[in-house]
Design a protein around this ligand. Sequence first.
Ligand SMILES: Nc1nc2c(ncn2[C@@H]2O[C@H](COP(=O)(O)OP(=O)(O)O)[C@@H](O)[C@H]2O)c(=O)[nH]1
Ligand SMILES: Nc1ncnc2c1ncn2[C@@H]1O[C@H](COP(=O)(O)OP(=O)(O)O)[C@@H](O)[C@H]1O
Length: 195
Amino acid sequence: MYELKEKEMIFVFTGPNGAGRRTVADMSGSTLGVKQVISYTTRPPRANEVDGQDYHFLKPAQFFQAQQNGEFLEISEIDGNLYGVKSRDIEERFRSKGSIYLILNRYGAQKLKELYGDHVVRIFIYADRRLVEQRFREKGYNEEQIAGFMSHFDEEMAYKDECEHAFENIDLAHTVFDLTKTLDKYLERNLLDLD
Ligand SMILES: Nc1nc2c(ncn2[C@@H]2O[C@H](COP(=O)(O)OP(=O)(O)O)[C@@H](O)[C@H]2O)c(=O)[nH]1
Ligand SMILES: Nc1ncnc2c1ncn2[C@@H]1O[C@H](COP(=O)(O)OP(=O)(O)O)[C@@H](O)[C@H]1O
């Protein structure tokens, strides 16, 4: 396993689907120059999803081959699809860019914490169940699709108290402001004087 240097941080965004993890992570990440390590998945891409940007989309046989080669740091099976992070991608990011972030379910977050200890900061992003459902409805998803997205809500919410930080994402600008301030403290850059 790659040995981390002093100030290299791994920010793991976790919490229920649809709470806004990707949105807030991307916004704070781009402000602070912290880059995402993108997961691999066998889930088919949704409309608007771009290979290499949202996920690296793999056919099951390609995923299994990489798994057999020992390329994954961790793997989760979610609703019949496989998701995983490659060790090499984490190492490459560190060599070139410093700190990184990932968006993982609670099991991936836990695994990274076990592997990298104090270098991992788990950021739990959440919102009320009805608010999340309403946002999915506004995006045009039908009730069956929404039920699928919400199927792990309680399981993921139960991880909140184990995370180093939790942000209720009601107002987007407010969440991103608080989050960016928190991440900046870990990076010890003092780039932002937000108080
Ligand atoms: N453990 C683990 N979880 C992941 C990985 N990649 C994505 N996830 C999480 O697995 C869930 C996948 O559900 P999906 O409906 O595909 O969510 P979305 O892609 O975040 O809209 C989400 O909670 C993701 O954040 C990974 O590599 N490892
Ligand atoms: N504070 C917010 N208010 C309203 N809509 C939001 C807010 N945060 C995120 N969203 C929207 O909610 C949807 C889900 O956000 P996303 O970042 O994809 O969630 P996650 O990564 O947790 O599944 C997106 O359409 C996003 O634009």
